[in-house]
Design a protein around this ligand. Structure first.
Ligand SMILES: [Zn+2]
Length: 215
């Protein structure tokens, strides 16, 4: 899991989701009440599997030479309250954070959004770092949406997945649709997709699309 989480941070860089050290990936350790997360303030180029830190589900450091990411409490809260989640990603990716700054959900106006998010990408509350408020906001919103991504108001993106890879994919897709819908808005009002069609697309993509072994 240290190797997986370390390697996935390179995907944040490769997909232009992060500036400096402002983004992090975590992954639940299978069968344990533990997760692996990025150390705080370490540049992405310097990350190694050994530099990753292991925390318990209260966010306490269990193993590692560095202190854990400053977003560890939010990741820990999600793992405590959503047992089906095995990966969490946080970024301040540009276009998605621009929607978050307006406190506006990204409307479901692309079939790729219906596939991946099953509807709009919702907005979570404004919350300050340093307590469980961010985690509470993430869980409250994502428990009642199909979307694996939430835009935390005035802040950025949190995504979840049944693996750390799935959470990274959701973060990449979130930024992609945030950009496209923003551009569409510059040209006029994007056309909504009827709910029945969103439901059909979501169901097909989640259950039929892709290689059988990857479902
Ligand atoms: Zn942040």
């Amino acid at each position: 899991m240290r190797e997986t989480v370390c390697a996935l941070h390179r995907e944040l860089v490769r997909n232009n989701l992060v500036a400096w050290t402002a983004g992090n990936v975590s992954g639940r350790v299978p069968g344990e009440d533990l997760f692996v997360i990025k150390p705080s303030g370490v540049p992405y180029d310097d990350l190694t599997p050994e530099a990753m830190v292991v925390c318990d589900l209260e966010g306490n450091l269990v193993e590692g030479a560095f202190s854990p990411s400053s977003d560890t409490a939010a990741h820990a809260y999600v793992y405590r309250h959503m047992p089906e989640v095995n990966g969490v990603v946080h970024t301040h990716s540009t276009y998605a954070s621009a929607w978050a700054a307006r406190g506006e959900p990204i409307p479901c106006v692309l079939t790729a959004m219906a596939d991946e998010f099953g509807g709009e990408i919702p907005v979570g509350p404004f919350a300050l770092i340093g307590s469980d408020d961010i985690g509470k906001g993430i869980v409250a919103v994502l428990e009642s949406h199909r979307s694996p991504a939430v835009l935390m108001r005035n802040h950025g993106v949190f995504t979840i997945g049944d693996s750390p890879e799935a959470a990274v994919k959701a973060a990449v897709m979130c930024e992609d649709v945030a950009r496209t819908v923003h551009l569409s808005r510059q040209l006029g009002e994007p056309l909504p997709i009827p709910q029945d069609d969103i439901d059909h697309l979501y169901s097909r993509y989640q259950h039929v699309y892709g290689q059988r072994s990857q479902r």
